[in-house]
Design a protein around this ligand. Sequence first.
Ligand code: CP
Length: 316
Amino acid sequence: MKNFISSGDISDINALVKRALEYKSNPLKDKSLGSGKRIGLLFLNPSMRTRLSTQIAAQNLGMEAIVFNVGQDGWAIEFEDEAIMSGSTAEHVRDAAPILGNYFDVLGIRTFPLLQNKTEDYSELYIQQFIKYAGIPVISLESATLHPLQSLTDVITIRESFTENRKPKVVLTWAPHVKALPQCVANSFSQWINKWGEADFVISHPEDYELDVKFTAGATITHNQSEALHNADFVYIKNWSTYTDYGRIYCNDPAWMMTNEKLDLTQNAKVMHCLPVRRNVEVSDEILDGPNSIVTAQASNRVWAAQAVLSEILKN
Ligand code: CP
């Protein structure tokens, strides 16, 4: 693995999941693997889980992690090649990235989409420019369209939580939110579950919230949430803004919020969310504080996903 940007960078998801679970059992088993190596973690947007879990993962491998909150402590970076920089951007990625490539052995980047221009966001310009100019392996800490460390975590969490000798039914269901959010987590979860191929995968959302078929192809898609939830083993709740008429909130019907009443439709499903979650907007308190929620275990698994990915990059 040279970079970790999407499921396309992984040849064997189960092997990576196995390695993550080995780290969960024995976090320090490769404590010297990253000795003398340094990872730079650049955040153009806020984060709690990704930032801390990746730092812990690096530390478990004996690697030094340095965080730079670009959005908060730095100036605006220009990403367009041949830009005339007479506006608000103060430094070109072409100048900044090679320096980071000299300071660090691995670079993690978190960017977000602006949700104004679909073509621009889906070109993944920011992360692609870092890959082009840094000259070292790049790990996505969430990009404009994907969140692969989250999705690997989600597969790990489903794998360890399901012990029956059959495929689990996994439902990704849209939920209301107060803001227009990216499609990253939903895209990425769809991409990974489809590639993993070890679940019956259903996506449920209101009309107009169709995701890019390049991520969802292979899943059953329905506008009927009750039908989707029927006999589900896992329910993954996530809001996203519209993809087709890009970055908008159309229907924001509170009836799509996940509640205990809806849980009755499932096979006592485990409830997942990547967090942060808007309580009593996306998911009710009774679910999040109840026995079916595995959101804390899911977020805790972020460490093992990051450690598995980092170790794979270090071993290469
Ligand atoms: N799920 C997730 O990526 O959380 P953070 O935004 O806190 O990193």
